[in-house]
Design a protein around this ligand. Structure first.
Ligand code: NDP
Ligand code: 13P
Ligand code: ZN
Length: 356
């Protein structure tokens, strides 16, 4: 028997230590820091909207708990912003960072704290993708979108009162990111069969389970509904755990993510990450010969986009992204193989009703 060795696997699985999900848990931020022995100066990384949604409150709560705080407002997820944050953290002698907001603020705090080798806490204000609890970060580096291995948050504080009050589009996008686990795992299995790549049964099972839970509950995921926010946040946290166990993003990112990453590069105005991944999953499931209609129906029930028009992206960019997707990450083997022909790309997009 030939053994496969997980060359990508992390030497140890880095997981958040405290995960708080529920109504009003933001109030616990001081206690969480105490529990984790985080003392001294906190640097809060947030955005112009999210500072009012949660950032200012986090600052007040931490100061009440005896910490001093500085706040930095971010507007772009770039490596230059990471450098600026690191400088600010060093100048203010920050002992830990908090990312308060959605993907951009959390990723910037994640990367800056990783490089400074100090802890960080993730405080999502929207459940738009699984970066809220994972050890991956996405930023623009030298003009290109880069997915980088980083540290996992030491704690995740996901207040469902705040998350359910965010624009519903974010929660629906989070569902798209979770549903995409189905094709990500199919791609991973394929790579294991065709390339003898390491396949992690446990991480794959966890990943599939999160997607199944969201699909089975698609009817009950609704706007302004804390139970929906709680379900989606838990599935997103579980995705972060699956990636940590795998030591890579394989359980949650396959050909459908490569399609989304290609759209980010090509489309003049990209949609949300999870929205693009959801539409990608419909098409990649068709290529896998699976039940793409089930994916489409679930996304429709949730109220997430299922076609180019709903993404706000012209058909020609969908086709171009399908043609370029395989080259986004040449070392990640997927159903896209060495690439689709133009006629195959048009066929999958038409049959699955992504374009007319
Ligand atoms: N680490 C990972 O695995 C992944 C990372 N990403 C990265 O995450 C980023 C995209 O994240 P995403 O969350 O989709 O978008 P953004 O972080 O860009 O947030 C979108 C907007 O939503 C606003 N917002 C957030 N929460 C609320 C709220 N409660 N009420 C009102 N407005 C709110 C933000 O405000 P404000 O301006 O105040 O922040 C921002 O303007 C990209 O940088 C992408 O590369 C994407 C996928 C995976
Ligand atoms: O978005 C992700 C998982 O949902 C992260 O995956 P990537 O490795 O493609 O950035
Ligand atoms: Zn994703």
């Amino acid at each position: 028997m030939k053994l496969t060795i997980n060359k990508n696997s992390a030497k140890w699985m880095q997981l958040p230590r405290d995960v708080l999900v529920g109504h009003g848990v933001l109030e616990e931020v001081g206690d969480v820091c105490r529990d984790l022995k985080l003392k001294g100066n906190a640097l809060i990384v947030t955005g112009s909207t999210t500072q009012d949604v949660a950032g200012k409150r986090v600052s007040r709560l931490l100061e009440d708990a005896g910490n001093s705080t500085e706040t930095v407002l971010t507007c772009r997820a770039t490596m230059e912003e990471v450098d600026k944050l690191m400088e600010k953290a060093l100048n203010t002698e920050a002992t830990f960072l908090l990312g308060v907001g959605s993907g951009r603020s959390i990723d910037l705090a994640k990367l800056a704290s990783t490089r400074l080798e100090i802890p960080f806490i993730s405080v999502p204000t929207a459940a738009s993708h699984d970066g809220i609890a994972s050890s991956r970060a996405s930023v623009i580096d030298n003009g290109k979108n880069a997915s980088i291995q980083a540290q996992a948050p030491l704690a995740v504080i996901a207040d469902t009162e705040i998350i359910s009050a965010a624009p519903y589009r974010f929660l629906a996008a989070g569902c798209g990111d979770i549903i995409s686990n189905y094709t990500a795992v199919l791609d991973w299995e394929l790579a294991s069969r065709l390339r003898n790549e390491y396949f992690g049964e446990y991480a794959a099972a966890l990943s599939r389970m999160a997607a199944r839970v969201v699909i089975e509950n698609a009817d009950s995921i609704k706007p302004d509904h804390e139970t929906s926010a709680r379900l989606v946040v838990k599935a997103l946290v579980s995705n972060g755990v699956a990636m940590s166990i795998a030591g890579s993003s394989r359980p949650a990112s396959g050909s459908e993510h490569m399609f989304s990453h290609a759209l980010d590069r090509i489309a003049p105005k990209a949609a949300l990450h999870g929205e693009q991944c959801g539409v990608g999953t419909i098409m990649m499931m068709y290529l896998h010969g699976g039940n793409w209609q089930e994916i489409r129906d679930a996304l429709k029930k949730i109220g997430a986009p299922t076609n180019a028009e709903e993404l706000g992206i012209e058909d020609k960019y969908i086709i171009e992204a399908l043609l370029q997707a395989h080259s986004i990450r040449p070392d990640r083997y997927t159903i896209l193989g060495n690439g689709l022909t133009l006629s195959a790309a048009e066929k999958v997009a038409r049959i699955t009703k992504v374009i007319n």
